[in-house]
Design a binder for this molecule. Structure first.
Ligand code: PRP
Ligand code: URA
Length: 207
């Protein structure tokens, strides 16, 4: 699918399999989700621009690189919050915005309850994160809010996506690439991804 990168690294796929497993308990689920996110960060940052920077080694002066643009990470609450540390472990200077959204269980439409973004969102590389892209409604709304705040360079990082959701998202945001560990088969009648991993928020927080 155009605009979708499925990251098929063996470590990522092995960890994803453990997330899918119903026997994986809350503690393990949280830990694996964070680890998996950190691994996905390599792929999403692959083409981030760098600029040269001088550094003094114990032996001599040399030229290295640093990221040329600030990074803003935007987790979608609740489940996205657990992905935050996975990204910050690798990009510790990233600023973090938050978007609170939940999916109405009857209409499956996103309902926004919180929004706080750093000012620098206009000049930054923005990564919106949520483990699940099901109907695509939450992701599309989160990205709309980020763009409304001035962001011009946005990427969406999830772990499991449904084809229906990817199509819906790309119709609204054709400029925003999606990075996922898996593109699953389909949605069920309640908007859950099959085979999926169940309700990410509930599995993370024990609700
Ligand atoms: C889940 C998930 C996404 C959304 C995906 O959150 O974390 O945000 O559903 O579904 P969609 O693509 O159909 O919009 P949920 O709405 O269950 O809220 P929660 O994180 O508070 O549990
Ligand atoms: N949200 C989830 O947490 N899981 C799904 O399968 C769909 C939406």
């Amino acid at each position: 699918m155009e605009g979708v990168t499925i990251v098929e690294h063996p470590l990522i796929q092995a960890k994803l399999t453990r997330l899918r497993d119903r026997r994986t308990d809350r503690l393990q689920f949280r830990q694996i989700l964070e680890e998996l996110t950190a691994l996905m960060v390599y792929e999403i940052t692959r083409d981030f621009p760098t600029r040269p920077v001088e550094v003094e080694t114990p032996l001599e002066r040399t030229t290295g690189v640093e990221l040329a643009r600030p990074v803003v990470l935007v987790p979608i609450l609740r489940a996205g919050i657990v992905m935050t540390d996975g990204v910050l472990n690798l990009i510790p200077t990233a600023r973090v915005g938050h978007i609170g959204l939940y999916r109405d269980p009857n209409t499956l439409k996103p309902v926004t309850y919180y929004l706080k973004l750093p000012d620098i969102v206009t000049e930054a590389l923005v990564i919106v994160v949520d483990p699940m892209l099901a109907t695509g409604g939450s992701a599309a709304e989160a990205v709309r809010l980020v763009k409304e705040s001035g962001a011009g360079d946005v990427r969406f990082l999830c772990l499991v996506a449904a084809p229906e959701g990817v199509r819906a998202f790309r119709r609204v945001h054709p400029d925003v690439p999606i990075y996922t560990a898996a593109l699953d088969r389909e949605l069920n009648d309640h908007g859950y991804i099959l085979p999926g991993l169940g309700d990410a928020g509930d599995r993370l927080f024990g609700t």
